[in-house]
Design a protein around this ligand. Structure first.
Ligand code: S3P
Length: 447
């Protein structure tokens, strides 16, 4: 769906301690993939814990447009009647992915090797984002793409009628690019190989194996070499989606910076390709305990107990960036409440997310009285110390859910309140954010 509701100004005011249980929603990456792989299996996939954020709902609509039957049975409980690899039918209208880069890029890959034409668009944020990173490797299979200049949406893809398998090294650390190539490889004969120099989130690989594909990952000097054998019969699965570590980072970081807080966040995925922010917070001095580690739905999960902490700035190891790429905005807020400098290098991918996240955080933090330095690939935040961020500004969110939530978290601990110009994008990934945070004791008010 293009566009969100009307712009909704929201203000966060210094809160008393955050106390209680924070049940965060299902993982966004796994939710998209459960719907897409389910649509490419033959028979009924059952999903529990699906994130019902707008991004994932848009992927559900897209899978219906390609011929799968997608049904909601109850909260988070969904089924997908798949049409099999190569079984998509040509959509009759333009597919609108709203704000979702993951949805559009993965589904471009999924249809790229079937003889059909599909046209994709999105909201003002998604129409600014580069699609060439996906359509370039898809061209190697024989797929043609016709978009706006600079490889922007709206864009029409003509799927390859006689696809050839591909060997492709991803030029940037991107799970979306890797996954698009693997999805295209599903309907190509022979072996498609993706090489990634830096490991990115591995949900596609894990889930494809679960759905019965022949997929092997080798760790070599070149990086991870992923080999997929094309044209498998994917078997429907029962998918239990774990809670999203990226969404969990918002209440976790809020509890760390609001004095006296003590919260419990159950069942959060601790997948090693996603948990970089938690390692970083602990290195900064965060009091987080990881209780009852176990496996749920094929992913390692743990219950998190988080208490207010006085933290110190660090140099975040740049090689950790892919495992915490979506968490830098809220980490920058924690850094502003720490003592000393936090240096975040190797993060230029943040410039092509739902917004230019380095710029959005730098400008917003400056407006709130925090000194920052930046270059193309770096953000440095000079901490003000616990609870000492001045605040008192309205920050621009640029249709970016994570920027919106980050500045609301900042306002829960700042001296003066912090407003955001538009809270509506939060619904793309964390529709219950406001209720969950106020339930813990946060003060959030709408204009
Ligand atoms: C995602 C991959 C990441 C991440 C996004 C979800 C995925 O994007 O930022 O929120 O589900 O594959 P990139 O692949 O562009 O790094």
């Amino acid at each position: 769906m293009s566009g969100h509701g009307p712009a909704q100004v929201m203000t966060a005011t210094k809160s008393g301690p955050l106390i209680g249980r924070a049940e965060v929603p299902g993982d966004k990456s796994i939710s998209h993939r459960a719907l897409i792989f389910g649509a490419m299996a033959v028979g009924e996939t059952r999903i529990t814990g699906l994130l019902e954020g707008q991004d994932v709902l848009d992927t559900a609509s897209a899978m219906r447009a390609f011929g799968a039957e997608v049904t909601q049975h109850g909260q988070g409980a969904w089924s997908v009647h798949g049409v099999g690899v190569g079984g998509f039918r040509e959509p009759t209208g333009v597919i609108d992915f709203g704000n979702s880069g993951t949805g559009v890029r993965l589904i471009m890959g999924a249809m790229a090797t079937t003889a059909m034409t599909a046209t994709f668009t999105g909201d003002a944020s998604l129409r600014k984002r580069p699609m060439g990173r996906v359509t370039d490797p898809l061209a190697l299979f024989g797929t043609q793409a016709y978009g706006r200049r600079g490889g922007r949406l709206p864009m029409t893809l003509v799927g390859a009628a006689n696809p050839v398998p591909v060997r492709y090294t991803t030029p940037m650390p991107s799970a979306q690019v890797k996954s698009a190539v693997l999805l295209a490889g599903l309907n190509a004969p022979g072996q498609t190989v993706v090489i990634e120099r830096e490991a990115t989130r591995d949900h596609s690989e894990r889930m494809l194996v679960g759905f019965g594909a022949e997929l092997v990952v080798e760790q070599t000097d070149e990086g991870n070499v992923i080999t997929l054998t094309g044209q498998p019969d994917l078997r429907p699965q029962v998918v239990a989606v774990p809670r999203d570590p990226s969404s969990a980072a918002f209440p976790v970081c809020a509890a760390l910076i609001v004095e006296g807080s003590d919260i419990f966040v159950p069942g959060v995925s601790q997948n090693l390709t996603r948990n970089g922010v938690y390692l970083t917070l602990v290195e900064m001095g965060a009091d987080i305990t990881f209780e009852n580690p176990r496996e749920e739905g094929g992913e390692p999960v743990a219950d998190l107990r988080v208490k207010f902490s006085e933290m110190t700035g660090i140099e975040v190891p740049p090689e950790r960036a892919p495992s915490m790429i979506d968490e830098y905005p809220v980490l920058a807020v924690v850094a502003a409440n720490a003592t000393g400098r936090t240096v975040m290098r190797g993060i230029k991918e943040l410039r092509v997310k739902e917004s230019d996240r380095i710029d959005a955080m730098a400008r917003g933090l400056e407006a709130c009285g925090v000194m920052v330095e930046e270059d193309e690939d770096t953000l440095i935040v000079h901490g003000r110390g616990p609870g000492s961020m001045p605040g008192g500004a309205t920050c621009a969110t640029h249709l970016d859910h994570r920027i919106a939530m980050s500045f609301l978290v900042a306002g829960m601990a700042s001296v003066a309140p912090i407003s955001i110009d538009d809270a509506s994008p939060i619904a793309t990934s964390f529709p219950l954010f406001e209720g969950l945070m106020t339930g813990l004791g946060a003060t959030l008010t709408k204009a």
